[in-house]
Design a protein around this ligand. Structure first.
Ligand code: MSP
Length: 529
């Protein structure tokens, strides 16, 4: 497979100081939708996620829990691994920074930096925020706190420094040469102006605590948790074995998807570390926005953390996946509310998509003897070409992937779903206007053509929307008797002919149709509200 055909996507690795919540699920979900899309599009994909287990923040959480750090991280990383099962994520690997493979990798990167004189020993005196695991200059503080509002403490200790200041021009040139390195564009501007403002050398080791990867040849120091954490992206593809298949196939990563709060680490420090070690930087950093809960900032102290498993249990896995990717343009902040969630589940899924599938499949079941309609063959096609003018949604279903692909290549998930929904809605209009239940009496041959065309629209819609709603779309494709090995984008009709070799085979028996997107019904107290 050629290099262009490969795709490497990563989520951030999550701090194991707490239970996974909607914010964590969101970043991984975006990666999953992208990974699934690229696989269906014929690319060889590597999707990496995992947990960030070192640093002062995790050490403090372990102490608070009265556990040894290793026992604590072993226990807390499990629910993060469990997110994949809960939300149907298809990550190819799950990395933990306490694994030996990672320690080897990050120590090697350190050695490469030392060998190139990119790291020197000095003394750090300044502010540190444990919550953000970030150093802050006095001038950055706002009312004595970090810009994020996190408390800071004064730190004065021997420290190794990375010569970040020397990379300012190279970074600016790199952003210039790669205009889509940071998306969305507004975030790119933020990064560029931060770098233009001047960069200080970065403290990359600590001596005041122990829970980290030891600095090679100086065990009094542990590495700063961000140099440790970022290197997971290399470890995941087999670094330091740069001759190995993983690294050669997948590095540089195509996209690191991250939240806006950790953009600076990814878009400034990470490419600088890599360039300084003579390794290619990733191709893109996409920074998404933050979710609030019913208008309020999500925080442990407010007690309004949205627990992912409760969410999935209440609304359904595909409903949650759809909501998160459709409700908010990827990159913007968004608000989670029960009302908005129910509205998406009931309007977009149950009414629009669900109804289309249900109506068409039940008509086929009742009027066509429970088998794919079999209109009289026409010029080697299964249906008369004129049906494309009547069932206009089929023409658009054929062209759908061409519209959706460039959107997915820019992580515009919401726009991709909007595109898909244009066809869903159009198909519903086609059903209403063409009224197969009327044709059944007036022109049964035409009815078969129309229902056949609509079944093809549904096949296209289901195949194209698999990355977003994998479980429901699998059930739709089962109901159309589409074999499991015929569900990739290569099985979509590019639209040169009304039907092609992948089109539904007339006469194929179909299982009895069942609803796929149930309506959410309010119960008890909720209903009274
Ligand atoms: N460990 C670091 C990342 C290291 S990557 C080399 C970290 N971990 S985290 O657990 O605090 O956050 C991980 C991700 O969750 C971030 O991308 C962050 O933006 C995201 N979210 C946490 N809360 C969020 C919301 N309320 N909304 C959306 N995403 C949020 O940072």
């Amino acid at each position: 497979m050629s290099e262009a055909k490969r795709f490497y996507v990563t989520s951030p690795i999550y701090y194991v100081n707490d239970k996974p919540h909607i914010g964590h699920a969101y970043t991984s979900l975006a990666c999953d939708a992208l990974a699934r899309f690229m696989r269906l599009d014929g690319r060889e994909v590597m999707f990496l996620t995992g947990t960030d287990e070192h640093g002062q923040k995790v050490e403090k959480a372990a102490t608070a829990a009265g556990e040894a750090p290793q026992d604590f991280v072993d226990r807390i990383s499990e629910p993060f691994r469990g997110l994949s099962k809960l939300l149907a994520f298809t990550n190819d690997d799950f990395i933990r920074t306490t694994e030996p493979r990672h320690k080897t990798s990050v120590q090697q990167l350190w050695r490469e930096l030392v060998a190139r004189d990119q790291i020197y020993l000095g003394t750090y005196a300044g502010w540190y925020s444990v919550r953000d695991e970030a150093f802050h200059a006095e001038s950055e503080l706002v009312d004595g706190k970090a810009p994020s509002g996190a408390p800071v403490e004064w730190v004065e200790e021997p420290s190794y420094f990375f010569r970040l200041s020397a990379w300012q021009d190279r970074l600016l040139a790199f952003y210039d040469e790669n205009p889509d390195f940071v998306l969305p564009g507004s975030r790119r501007n933020e990064v560029v102006s931060f770098v233009k403002g001047g960069l200080d050398d970065l403290s990359v080791s600590r001596t005041s605590f122990k829970w980290g990867v030891p600095v090679p040849d100086d065990p009094d120091h542990v590495m700063y948790v961000w140099i440790d954490a970022l290197t997971n992206y290399l470890t995941g593809v087999g670094y330091p074995d740069t001759g190995g298949a993983g690294y050669r196939r997948f590095w540089p990563a195509d996209v690191h998807i991250v939240g806006k709060d950790i953009l600076r680490f990814h878009a400034v420090y990470w490419p600088a570390f890599l360039m300084a070690a003579d390794l290619p930087p990733p191709r893109r950093i996409f920074a998404h926005g933050w979710w609030t809960n019913e208008g309020q900032k999500i925080s442990k102290s407010l007690g309004n953390i949205i627990d992912t498993s409760a969410l999935v249990e209440r609304y359904g896995v595909d409903q949650v996946r759809y909501f998160l990717l459709r409700e908010v343009p990827f990159g913007n902040d968004g608000d989670f509310s029960h009302r908005a969630m129910v509205s998406r589940a009931n309007n977009d899924l149950a009414n629009d998509y669900g109804n289309l599938v249900q109506r068409v499949l039940s008509m086929i079941n009742r009027y066509c003897g429970g088998a794919v309609p079999a209109p009289a063959a026409n010029d080697g096609c299964h249906v008369d070409p004129s049906v494309l003018d009547a069932v206009i949604s089929l023409r658009h279903a054929h062209g759908l992937l061409r519209k959706v692909r460039p959107l997915m290549q820019r992580q515009a998930f919401h726009s991709a779903l909007e595109r898909i929904w244009l066809v869903v809605k159009e198909a519903n209009v086609n059903v209403d206007h063409l009224a197969p239940w009327v044709l059944r009496k007036s022109d049964p041959e035409r009815m078969k053509e129309v229902l056949y065309a609509l079944a093809e629209v549904i096949r296209h819609l289901a195949i194209t929307s698999q990355p977003f709603m994998p479980e429901s779309t699998a059930r739709i494709l089962d109901q159309l008797a589409v074999p499991e090995d015929q569900r990739t984008f290569a099985h979509l009709n590019p639209g040169n002919r009304v039907t092609d070799e992948n089109s539904l085979a007339p006469g194929t028996p179909l299982p009895k149709p069942e609803g796929v997107f149930p309506r959410y019904v309010e119960h008890g107290a909720e209903a009274a509200r």
